[in-house]
Write a protein that binds this ligand. Sequence first.
Ligand SMILES: [Zn+2]
Length: 494
Amino acid sequence: MRRMRKCATCFCFHILLLCLWNSTICGQVSGAASDEGRFLCVSDIHFNPFQDDALVPRLMQSGVPTWHGILEKSRERKPSPLGEETNYALLISTLKRMNKVCPTPDFILFSGDTLVHEFEKKFGKYSKSQGELRKFVLKTYEFMSYEFNYFFPRVPIYFTLGNNDGYDGDYEIPPSGSFLHAGADLFRRYWIKEGSSGSPGGFEGPGPGPKVLETGGEAAELGFADTFVKGGNYGVRPVRTRHASLIAINSVYFSSRNSYRSQGRQQLEWLEKQLKDARDGDRKVWILMHILPGIDVRATLSHPGQPTVYWDETTRNSRGRTYLQEFKYLMKKYGPTVRGVFSGHSHMDHFRVVPDADRGRGASAFVHVTPALSPKFRNNAAFQLFRYDRDSMALLDYETHYYHPQYNEWEKEYDFRQTYRRSVLTPGSLDKVREAMIESGYVRSAFIRFYDVNNSKDNPITKTHWKAYWCGIASLTRGEFASCLSGAELPGSP
Ligand SMILES: [Zn+2]
């Protein structure tokens, strides 16, 4: 009897230990009232396979499974310094840290720009052949899936395309073009990880190799093959969620710097259809895009005159609306359905709120901008870990981790909930953070410090420029931005 009781105590103790242990496991929060999940968020990787001249010809000749071994021999062993793009050492260091912080995320969100800037020009040093260039571009995407799969086997990467993606240079992704055709199967199988576990071309040989999930054909159901090939957009029902859709649109077509602006209208028409279907089916939605709406404040400050907008303000749809006006309309109409919008592109850590035009105050949506992994624009390399509710898709919190180049190590930078004292990311809560920057020096300096991911030496937000960055959060058109800048005085500065 005594022995039995001892065993029972021992059993309970072990269960307690197990529970405590579980509570620290990513994705399994014991005792939580809701069903909490976690996902990792990364943006603007801009991977540079040309970092070591001597290795490029070997990469060109070799299959992707051997790239890992070739790049291990790079002369540069340290992660990229500020001002440079992501080298192999930084990529691997990041994946290791992501894996340490959260080894089993539900999925990874990637908001675009896989390739190094001026990929074509850099490749031109080795070959002038378009065919070889295209092959090398695709191999770079394959390599990325290999590396992510090694650290996160069976974890889908939900992605969107950025302006530095594709065969055709900056901002150019021809609709129904060769890149979308050639990449569709690769992205569906090895990034989204859906479909049968066949043996596709280019993936033979040793090495970790991508693992394929049998997820039941959600993306196929939503027409991936058709939509991706036409415009790089697609919808998917994220794994582990119950009533949700992730809608990836190609916002590169909204930029005045691309040649296919009528495609932007089609992206928004398709988005509206997805939002309507989701609302009718009682599903919640996250939207993923690369280029954020609003003012490019940094470009505006360096070229004073007319504010620079990320989305073209001249193209109009059949309702007579610009891209931004249409987006605002959709965010208002489908406000209760949309639980978050994710973007990248600026390389900085910040957000936008989409004002509720009818009420003249408050917000109908927010855009979370994930900072870049590439430290090219002198932000420290970073990624984020999110907590969310798998049922309601509410975004509960996130934390940013960054690589500290001086100490040669990764650090946790900050936690949204603790820093801004908000329990969930909503249009309203982020609008309150925006307002709090006026009243609270603490909130203001937190936003400024985290903007370029804690690189105080090069922070673009200065005493004189602070107001422009603040105005940029919610004044999304040229007119709104100009009137915010000339409007009421803002107290405080960095
Ligand atoms: Zn970028």
